[in-house]
Design a protein around this ligand. Structure first.
Ligand code: FCB
Length: 500
């Protein structure tokens, strides 16, 4: 990962391939609300967000942006914007309130309604089975560090597929298992908020095993589903000459620890060796990796920024999380002495450096180093402070520039030969941004949280026009990344960033 990739220096401005998907994404807990309606059971995010000091501002997903009750108008708005696909997630505790056994039909009915609305509007449903909201009852008996959770996940996958397999073509098993494992059980920033490095590695394995078992369950249900997984990948760059080894380790834990088992059927040997002081991997059983590495029909890549890593900049320094009250530990098991530099590039409100060339690098790297199925960018976007202007509109030129730069980066990847077939902006709506609560707005549609009124941001108008043209349209003003796509500005910079 540390060798330089050669990227095309100039961009030609051609269209994206015919049939390229222009989508938008959300996740159940972040948008639905209706937390106790229609038989939904509690998830780890309900418990976590209701625990004082875990989420900034004390926000919860109880109401979120009320998507549960506003499906029709929200889908109509997607159609107005000309989106070709909507990536949403199913809330496991709506379908199985205790994570096992009894199925709640009203939960399935909600997703049938959503899918039917999408299909009626000509929008392709992209369904994710798990975007972090584990039923609390499963956490109470061990959560993802327990092997049985993987089997429960496969059961749930089969249940959802039996209800929706006739109308949903593309199924994503997991969203960002790195976050579920290493933020949920390692650093403690995400639900369930445990801080146990050994358990975080067990959790990662059982998530991947769950992915493989769910893939089998989906295919066993017939209807020829297309199966995918979404991984959050970073370009990992050493801050200095002394940091090559640190970069190898972080690239190993962030990228290869997930790519290798899924696409090659083996954990990377160097990462297993790095983790020797943390765990002996005795939880990996014969045959597991064959299950994990079922052939896939698509690979989702979520990209936001990159890591500029420095040895000794340690994140095991008792840094507080977004809520400010709790000390987090490093999300990288066994590598707590390695930290990230803030870097010099302009940043989003999350303090993530804006670095669109990293997206091209990640896409090119996966396509070069792995025998990968067709790629999709299943998340990319940016939080900025948005305020409705006197004219009632939300002018967000920084987000437009961010999106333009990153869609142009996709174009660069396509021109370099990557089989990239779609892009989903994160997010369709402003929403509950996990430990950051309602402080961070990622939507291309603004939500006035007290009234739930939706206002289409300027970035959404740009996105809609670009989708119609099937290429990123030039952005007239104020590029943030030095990128005004196809306008001849400095196309790419180096920089750093990453999830806190
Ligand atoms: C990703 C998550 C998504 C959202 C964005 C900003 O890691 O998958 O839910 O929080 O970050």
């Amino acid at each position: 990962m540390t060798e330089e990739l050669t990227l095309p220096a100039a961009v030609s401005g051609g269209s994206l391939p015919a049939g390229f998907l222009w989508g938008a994404a959300t996740a159940a807990y972040q948008v639905e609300g209706a937390a106790t309606e229609d038989g939904r059971g509690p998830s780890i995010w309900d418990t976590f967000s209701h625990t004082p000091g875990r989420v900034r501002g004390g926000g919860t997903g109880d109401v979120a942006v009320d998507h549960y009750h506003r499906i029709r108008e929200d889908v109509a708005l997607m159609a107005e914007l000309g989106l070709s696909a909507y990536r949403f997630s199913v809330s496991w505790p709506r379908i199985q309130p205790t994570g096992a056994g009894r199925v709640e039909e009203r939960g399935l009915d909600f997703y049938k309604l959503l899918v039917d609305e999408l299909l009626d509007h000509g929008i392709e449903p992209w369904l994710t089975l798990y975007h972090w909201d584990l039923p609390q009852a499963l956490e109470d008996v061990g959560g993802w560090p327990a092997r049985d959770t993987a089997a429960r996940f496969a059961d749930y996958a089969g249940i959802v597929h039996a209800a929706l397999g006739d109308r949903v073509r593309t199924w994503t098993t997991l969203n960002e298992p790195w976050c579920s494992a290493f933020l949920g059980y390692g650093s403690g920033e995400h639900a369930p908020g445990r801080q146990d490095p050994a358990d975080s590695v067990r959790a990662a394995h059982h998530l991947l095993l769950g992915h493989g078992l769910a893939t089998q369950a989906l295919r066993a249900g017939g209807a020829d589903p297309r199966v995918a997984i979404s991984l959050n990948l970073y370009e990992v760059v050493p801050a200095g000459d002394a940091d090559l080894e640190a970069a190898r380790r972080i690239d190993g834990l962030q990228n290869r620890f997930f790519l290798d088992p899924v696409l090659r059927g083996a954990y990377p040997a160097d990462v297993i060796a790095d983790l020797a002081p943390v765990t002996d991997f005795s939880f990996v059983r014969d045959g597991d990796l064959a299950v994990v590495s079922q052939p896939l029909d698509a690979l989702g890549i979520n990209y936001y920024s990159r890591f500029l890593v420095r040895d000794g900049a340690g994140s095991d320094d008792g840094k507080s999380g977004p809520a400010g009250e709790r000390k987090l530990v490093s999300p990288f098991p066994g590598a707590g002495s390695i930290g990230t530099d803030p870097g010099e590039l302009p940043k989003t409100a999350m303090d993530w450096e804006i670095h669109s060339a990293g997206l091209t690098a990640v896409l090119t790297r996966v396509s070069r180093d792995y025998d990968a199925p067709p790629l999709y960018v299943t998340e990319n976007g940016a939080a900025f402070v948005d305020t409705p202007a006197a004219d009632g509109a939300v002018h967000d030129p920084e987000r437009t520039a961010y999106l333009a730069g990153h869609v142009a980066a996709c174009q660069d990847a396509v021109e370099a030969g990557v089989d990239l077939r779609g892009y989903f902006v994160w997010s369709f709506l402003d929403n509950f941004e996990w430990a950051w609560g309602y402080d961070m707005r990622f939507g291309i549609v603004y939500v006035d949280f007290p009234t739930q009124r939706r206002i289409v941001k300027d970035s959404a108008r740009w996105y809609a026009a670009s989708a119609r043209a099937n290429r990123p349209l030039p952005v007239p003003d104020a590029p943030v990344d030095g990128v005004s796509p196809r306008s001849g500005g400095p196309a790419h910079h180096d920089g750093a960033g990453g999830r806190p």
